[in-house]
Design a protein around this ligand. Sequence first.
Ligand SMILES: *Cc1c(COP(=O)(O)O)cnc(C)c1O
Length: 360
Amino acid sequence: MPRPIYAEIDIQALKHNLARMRASAAGRTLWAVVKANAYGHGLENAVEAFADADGFATIDLCDAERARRAGWHKRVLLLEGFFDETDIEPLQDLDVETVVHAFWQIDILKRLPLRCVKVHIKVNSGMNRLGFLPVEVGTVYDILSSIPGVKVMGVVTHFANAEPTYMGEAPASVARQLSRMGRLAHSATAACMANSAAILWHPEVAGDGVRAGVALYGVSPDSHVSSEELGIIPAMTLSARIIAVQEIAPGEVVGYGSRWCAERPSRIAVVACGYADGYPRSMPDGAPTWVEGQIAPLVGAVSMDMLEIDITDIPQAKLGSLVELWGKHLPVNRVAAACGTIGYELICALARRVPLRIRH
Ligand SMILES: *Cc1c(COP(=O)(O)O)cnc(C)c1O
């Protein structure tokens, strides 16, 4: 018998979310961002569910290979570009497009004999992570265009603060980043700038392509806005069963470090999910779980393979009950907020040992 834990992946939800983002993308090229194993949902599932996307954007050349093997024949783009010169041959073999963000990458392209390398020039418009400064782009374009076998596809940039939570306050606001882009944001060279948040909340962001990530998986990019408000459906539901129930007296403590102490006679359920499954050990007492239609609080430190919840007030919860850690009933952003992170981190960090159950 496998351990009673699984993440259900809802293919229809993924398809729905793609159509939802397609509508907002308003005729522009829609890249489905599938890095980190499609945000934990399984790259092969993304191949199936995102068949209507125009391309896949990812980080790792191995993903490109895996997607091709799974039958993805459309475009693939490496968002951080290649990492060394051994990547160039497979890049061409797999017909994968690449970001170029630094002069060391250009040096590699100059040095090697190339058949056809399709590049997107990454512009640092204020996030100060990757890319050339807007003033350098003209020169970079000229150099790249002069290298035999290099084809420049366009420019890309990335927003640091496109979520409404940041609006107005952030030093690197969308408006400021757009103004730094200047004519690059509108030029004849194709521009691809928007992530999920910019697609949803910044229709002023132009360009001929967009890159949708987290929203495709039904998770709001802004934890203060719900999935329902955005018309997207959570596609991953992580569930595990109650494998033991302890009836404990006041004064008894639960788990490693005896962090939680019962103040009343309590029913404590042991759930087959731990930090080795991707459920953060940093989760505090009181973090929400969902069982038999109600919220049950986490009690005590999460261990490697188990966690405990207080089901004193939920008499229907019993041995064998399925506990939702996050998903359809319990937004992953809400769970993430309990331990000071964002939904992105939880879905991406789902451990490999957790089986994915595909629902068509
Ligand atoms: C991850 C990523 C995206 C997708 O961002 P979401 O917020 O998940 O939509 C887009 N562009 C780049 C460069 C990224 O790294």
